[in-house]
Design a protein. Structure first.
Length: 204
């Protein structure tokens, strides 16, 4: 018998109950005397206790941790933004509203397409995630609760909200472009330091 199984049985509820009963029988024999067959009685008591005592309750194992999909990956953010545009289409939003959310989606796709440029700027990534996962859905949810969805005031508010988000998104994209231009300028300065002035035909 493997040692680990034996050890498990030794500390099991069944074995401990059997030992307790056998010990009680031995104590009774010492006090009042059970006759020459007391060892048989002790063994029988041990066996009965082992047989009648329920097993140790199985240990409750924690359920395995399930990996959750990365909901904020660039690909899923892009798909989510496009899905929000389709939502407005499917609910018959007015044409100016559709155009406004399409402009916003185009700007979001530009930023998402340059997602790696924001690695060192997590605050901008948080802004884009919030726009896609919170702000736009919140605006759409409020819009869908309006009985007259194409009321001029509702349309104006929607366009203003989408344009505001679009403005913030384009600020981030412009920052990405500026970062790229700065990198190009730095690279150009490094080339000039290494190779000297470029020939006239290569200069603007």
């Amino acid at each position: 018998m493997p040692t680990n199984n034996g050890g498990s049985f030794f500390f099991s509820r069944k074995n401990l109950a059997g030992i307790a009963i056998a010990t009680l029988i031995i104590a009774l024999h010492l006090v009042i005397g059970l006759g020459a067959f007391w060892p048989v009685v002790a063994i029988a008591g041990y066996g009965a206790a082992v047989a009648l005592t329920p097993k140790n309750p199985p240990k409750k194992e924690l359920p395995p941790v399930q990996a959750t999909p990365e909901l904020d990956s660039p690909g899923l953010l892009a798909a989510r933004s496009q899905e929000l545009v389709r939502t407005m289409y499917s609910h018959g939003a007015a044409a100016p509203v559709i155009e406004a959310i399409k402009r916003l989606d185009s700007s979001l796709q530009l930023v998402i397409g340059n997602w790696t440029s924001l690695t060192n700027f997590p605050e901008h990534q948080v802004t884009i995630r919030s726009i896609i996962n919170q702000y736009i859905p919140g605006i759409i949810d409020a819009y869908l609760k309006i009985p007259t969805r194409n009321d001029p005031r509702a349309v104006e508010d929607l366009i203003e909200s989408f344009d505001l988000l679009n403005s913030e998104t384009m600020k981030i994209f412009n920052a990405i472009q500026e970062q790229g231009l700065n990198n190009l300028e730095d690279h150009g300065r490094a080339l000039r330091m290494q190779f000297g002035q470029l020939p006239e035909e290569f200069r603007e």
